[in-house]
Design a protein around this ligand. Structure first.
Ligand code: NI
Length: 160
C-alpha cells in the first residue's frame, strides 16, 4: 500500500468524466488499497479515483468515527437510483484543502454499485453517508462541491 498524491482544485483531471471499471485487476486492487490508505492518512471521509489521478468510476468512503471500527465502503461503478429529502450542511473536500462551505444534498439515497469482488450491491444511506455518496459520485463526473456551494468558501480555521 502507498499514499498517493491528492490532486487539488485547478488540476484538469478533476473536471473530467471517469470510465467504468470493467474487471477487477491487480492494478485496480492496488488502487483501492492505496485510496483507502490515502483517505485515512488525510483524515478524510471519502476519496474518488480522479482525486488520485485515475479516471475510473471508483470511490472509497468511511464515515465511521471510531478509529478502531473502520468500515470502509468501496463502491465501483456506483449509481444513485433513488434520493429524497434535502438538507444544507457544511462540506469539505481533500482536493480543496482548508476550505468548507454549505451544500444542500438529499438526506436519503439508494445506490447500486459493485464491491471489490465485482458483486452487485445496494446501499441505503441517510444523512452524512448519503451526503458523502453524493459528493464522491459528483467527482466521477468531474464536479466539485464548490460548484454547489451556498455562499463563499470559508477557511476551516474560522469555524473554530
Ligand atoms: Ni471531494
Amino acid at each position: 500500500m502507498a499514499i498517493r498524491q491528492i490532486r487539488k482544485m485547478g488540476d484538469d483531471i478533476l473536471s473530467k468524466t471517469c470510465r467504468p471499471v470493467t474487471e477487477m485487476t491487480e492494478k485496480i486492487s492496488v488502487l483501492i488499497d492505496d485510496m483507502l490508505e490515502t483517505m485515512y492518512d488525510a483524515q478524510g471521509v471519502g476519496l474518488a479515483a480522479p482525486q488520485v489521478g485515475v479516471l475510473r468510476r471508483l470511490v472509497v468512503i468511511d464515515v465511521s468515527t471510531d478509529e478502531d471500527k473502520m468500515e470502509p465502503l468501496i463502491m465501483i461503478n456506483p449509481v444513485i437510483t433513488e434520493s429524497s429529502g434535502a438538507d444544507s450542511a457544511q462540506e469539505g473536500c481533500l482536493s480543496v484543502p482548508g476550505k468548507v462551505a454549505d451544500v444542500t444534498r438529499p438526506t436519503f439515497v439508494k445506490a447500486l454499485y459493485k464491491d471489490r469482488d465485482m458483486n452487485d450491491c445496494e446501499v441505503e444511506a441517510h444523512d452524512l453517508l448519503a451526503r458523502c455518496i453524493c459528493h464522491e459520485l459528483d467527482h466521477l463526473d468531474g464536479h466539485l462541491y464548490v460548484e454547489k456551494a451556498e455562499g463563499p468558501l470559508r477557511d476551516v480555521e474560522a469555524e473554530e
